[in-house]
Write a protein of this length. Structure first.
Length: 353
């Protein structure tokens, strides 16, 4: 969902350009979005602060006319006369999850029971079943350009995502290559010399924050990765574009595009100097690293806007909110395209999250 302050900044910019004191300078502005999806991320904010940051908390919202779309086009794209009822039932269930209507009455926390046909069943190795559902015959198909395009494992936290990515990376043949970043404090007028002793390079190496790759990037040839910065929009190299590593060099990585309009194109990804917008530190630091993350698995937040054919939702811990679950289950084109792996507090498989 758009942040309220981005909405108001757009209004201010339009007024300035058109020199008119009307909402958006008197121009018609069309905004698209889904209010069931994840709310804006506001660091260390209270529930009230997060609600206040939403677009419909802005005074400008009173000037907007809301038009609602009623047809799930993802599901409709795979509908046929034989499965109309199944598509409608699945679409209604997704909407009920998004509206917070699934499960018992609640005051902010609820348990949702997942239908049996959408669950990873109990077996000798359910985690292997999870991987086999999303990535069947991985080693045989990994260089098929369409193989990774519609497949992903989704999880609520970076910790869960990294554990899955590390396991799948270990299954790929070949030598793993590790690229270490170059971290330093930004040299500006607000940085004091004393900070160089407090915030050492070793300390900066340990920092992990959104939209900045890890200090140590471990990859293998054949691994799918995702761009986390815009590089060249004309060539489709945008934040969220999925690529596959073809060759590992010293200064650049040779990759094949797996998503978007330029599927199959070969591109070279260089190291970039990246500055986190909000790291929670009192100083600004920069990290020179390849702007990539491994993407066998990704966070639910990162899957926003994507349409996938095979999704496994990996839940060793519960999601943060019903809207996060809604985003995950609404990525697929049909009910058979999703499986959910849920662990209880006692580490046993369950059908409730």
């Amino acid at each position: 969902m758009m942040h309220r302050y981005c909405f108001e900044a757009l209004d201010k910019t339009m007024k300035s350009i058109l020199q008119a004191d009307k909402p958006f300078g008197g121009k018609v502005v069309v905004l698209g979005g889904d209010f069931r999806q994840i709310l804006p991320v506001v660091l260390k904010a209270s529930r009230q602060d997060i609600v206040h940051a939403t677009i419909n908390s802005s005074p400008l919202w009173n000037f907007c006319r809301v038009m609602k779309l009623t047809k799930n086009m993802r599901l409709q794209s795979c509908s046929s006369p034989s499965n109309v009822d199944e598509i409608k039932e699945f679409g209604d269930w997704i909407l009920n999850v998004g509206n917070g209507d699934v499960g018992e009455d609640n005051d902010g926390e609820a348990s949702i029971e997942i239908p049996d046909d959408m669950l990873i069943g109990d077996s000798e190795d359910p985690f292997r079943d999870l991987l086999e559902f999303v990535y069947p015959d991985l080693l045989s198909n990994m260089y098929d350009r369409d193989y990774f395009q519609g497949r992903a494992i989704l999880a609520p936290t970076n910790e869960c995502v990294e554990s899955v990515n590390d396991h799948l990376m270990s299954l790929l043949p070949g030598e793993e290559k590790m690229y270490l970043s170059s971290d330093s404090m930004c040299r500006d007028e607000h940085t004091m010399e004393d900070n160089a002793e407090i915030y050492s390079t070793e300390f900066l190496n340990t920092i992990r924050c959104s939209r900045v790759p890890s200090y140590a990037l471990r990859i293998k040839v054949g691994a799918p990765v995702m761009l986390i910065r815009n590089i060249d929009q004309a060539r489709g190299l945008c934040n969220g574009t999925r690529l596959q590593i073809i060759r590992t060099g010293i200064h650049v990585l040779s990759c094949k595009i797996l998503s978007g309009k330029n599927i199959g194109d070969m591109v070279f990804i260089p190291r970039m100097t990246l500055i986190p917008s909000n790291s929670g530190l009192p100083i600004k630091f920069q990290r020179r690293q390849f702007p990539l993350i491994v993407s066998f698995a990704m966070t639910i937040n990162k899957s926003h806007g994507q349409t996938l054919s095979h999704v496994c939702l990996y839940l060793p811990r519960p999601v943060f909110s019903h809207c996060q679950l809604y985003v995950a289950v609404s990525r697929v084109k049909n009910r058979g395209g999703i499986k959910i792996f849920i662990k209880s507090d006692s580490a046993e498989l369950t059908n409730v999250t």
